[in-house]
Design a protein around this ligand. Structure first.
Ligand SMILES: O=C(O)c1ccccc1NCC(=O)[C@H](O)[C@H](O)COP(=O)(O)O
Length: 278
């Protein structure tokens, strides 16, 4: 199911609000030198891709998401404590963390990146809607090691320039796709990390078959596994069966939010998902 042409979706509204936020940032250009200087001033970058390649638990490696709310689910965890959640994820065996920083739609905050970074040693992905170089600088300043670029919301030249700038500066980039056309656009960047979002961000419909379909297409387009990006299956993963399903399809990592954040027993939930219980 796709959103009917011309119908305004929540994703359109999110992007519009993001453009308003960006317009309030100081007007400036951001160069690779600016990003490198900000990284140097921060003191360290944690290797996001490296952590996915040698996870404490798995494969697949777990990218555990710190998220209070979402447009599709509303408030997921009313008693939200990002630092406590992040510490539990680290102790439970997550390889990396994804931290929602969007405020209006996910009740996230850039401040969470800084607080989580001080509390754990894991590499951090800034999960937001990045459209502008100034958001890359902001991501570094607040503590991200990796950023998300969503192909669906970026024209190709901008996708390419944001990707190249971030990579040249030393950040990891998770390039996210949801269909075959977006996959081909993503592969033109030669990304190290490719995310397949099982959730259609326009309709919120979730289908793990998306990972299966796009993983097959990826194998056709990149037959040599050594040249293939690491594949991250994102969204809609709720059970051990789901994990095994996307792993069988070829996922190197899984990005899980809601099913962890809803749980009253986070360590138990991680053990269950990662096949460590029983
Ligand atoms: O989750 C949403 O409702 C949503 C809506 C619009 C844009 C993005 C959205 N989610 C971002 C994500 O992709 C998920 O937070 C992430 O993949 C984890 O998914 P889940 O395990 O299903 O919480």
């Amino acid at each position: 199911m796709t959103a009917p042409a011309g119908v305004r979706t929540v994703l359109d509204t999110i992007v519009e609000r993001k453009r308003e936020e960006i317009a309030r940032l100081p007007a400036r250009t951001v160069t690779v030198e600016d990003l490198r200087a900000a990284l140097k001033q921060r003191g360290s970058t944690r290797d996001f891709c490296g952590a996915l390649l040698s996870p404490p638990v798995g494969p697949p490696a777990l990218i555990a998401e710190v998220k209070k709310a979402s447009p599709s689910a509303g408030v997921i965890r009313p008693d939200f404590d990002p630092v406590a959640v992040a510490r539990t994820y680290e102790m439970g065996g997550a390889a990396c963390l994804s931290v929602l920083t969007d405020e209006p739609f996910f009740q996230g905050h850039l401040e969470y990146l800084r607080r989580v970074r001080a509390a754990v040693r894991l590499p951090l992905l800034r999960k937001d809607f990045i459209l502008d170089e100034r958001q890359l600088l902001e991501s570094v300043e607040w503590g991200a090691d990796a950023v998300l670029l969503i192909v669906a919301i970026l024209p190709q030249p901008r996708l390419q320039s944001l990707h190249d700038l971030a990579v040249r500066a030393g950040l990891s980039v998770l390039v996210e796709v949801h269909d075959e056309t977006e996959l081909e656009r993503a592969l033109a960047l030669k990304p190290r990390l490719l995310g397949v979002n099982n959730r259609d961000l326009r309709t919120f419909q979730v289908d793990l078959g998306t990972t299966e379909r796009l993983a097959r297409r990826l194998q056709q387009l990149c037959p040599d596994p050594r040249r293939r990006p690491l594949l991250v299956a994102e969204s809609g993963i709720h059970s051990r069966q789901d994990v095994e399903r996307v792993r069988a399809a070829g996922a190197d990592a899984i990005l899980v939010g809601e099913s962890l954040m809803r749980s009253a027993d986070l360590p138990g939930r991680i053990r269950e998902l990662m096949g460590l219980s029983g």
